[in-house]
Design a protein around this ligand. Structure first.
Ligand code: PEP
Length: 250
């Protein structure tokens, strides 16, 4: 299974800034290692610019940070999976902590996006993870179980396993510089794997589980070597081509 090395650019970069960074990334990475895929998830307004930089082909993929789960309609300010596919997106995120906790998206809405995105032909990355007060209260497993069961509720049990990715992102580690420790990551990923096998049977072993939360060039190799870590989802350290290229090759 190829490790998925993903850059989430959040609400950063104009189209021109994104194009420059993406071109530099392609140059610095060169040939993507055979066991890896590179995914860049820019703001919507920069999708076209990054698609242009990736147009040579290779293992560089484009993704979307969000969409609304409907084909089209009166949803002012929203964007549909069909529009994202038209803009060359292969992947999309659902359930990122900033959308859950800043924009108030609940488990049911996240689940409806996962189901709809898959039905429309996008590969879906479902983000899950506990808040610090939930960790302190011993609720890591119950939070992960709820987010996974509700997030995957509408997914067919015979789904192609490369179309679903889980990103374990402890909320307290996102954008804080505080990376989860190896034991915390191994425990959470093993628990996610257990739930995936409960839901999908043995095929749950083929679904990739990324870690996200203050990944940097200096800690990436160690994290990728842990059990059940099948890639990383990177925010801050993905904004510079130099730093993200070192993560891709870590
Ligand atoms: C993220 O945005 O998903 C993320 C993990 O951010 P950061 O790497 O900055 O913690």
């Amino acid at each position: 299974m190829k490790k998925l090395m993903a850059a989430n650019w959040k609400m950063y970069k104009t189209a021109e800034e994104a194009r420059t960074t993406a071109e530099e990334l392609v140059r610095l990475v060169g040939d993507v290692p055979a066991d890896r895929e590179v995914l860049v998830i820019p703001p919507f307004t920069a999708l076209s610019a990054v698609a242009g930089a990736f147009s040579h082909g290779g293992a560089f993929y484009l993704g979307a940070q969000n969409f609304y789960p409907a084909e089209e309609g009166a949803f002012t300010g929203e964007i549909s999976p069909r529009m994202l596919k038209d803009a060359c997106c292969t992947y999309a995120l659902a359930g990122h902590s900033e959308r859950r906790h800043v924009l108030g998206e609940d488990d049911a809405f996240v689940g409806s996006k996962v189901e709809f995105g898959l039905a429309q032909g996008l590969r879906m990355i479902l983000c899950v993870g506990e808040k610090i007060e939930e960790r302190r209260a011993g609720q890591v497993e119950s939070v992960l179980r709820r987010q996974l069961e509700k997030g995957l509720a509408g997914v067919a049990r015979d789904i192609s396993t490369e179309d679903i990715v889980i990103a374990y992102e402890p909320v307290w580690a996102i954008g804080t510089g505080e990376v989860a420790g190896p034991e915390e990551i191994v425990h959470a990923h093993a628990f996610v794997r257990k739930i995936l096998v409960e839901i999908f049977g043995a095929r749950g072993n083929e679904i990739r589980i990324q870690y996200g939360g203050s990944v940097k060039p200096a800690n990436c190799a160690e994290i990728l070597a842990l059990d059940n870590v099948d890639g990383v989802l990177v925010g801050g350290a993905s904004l510079q081509a130099d730093s993200f290229s070192r993560i891709v090759k870590a």
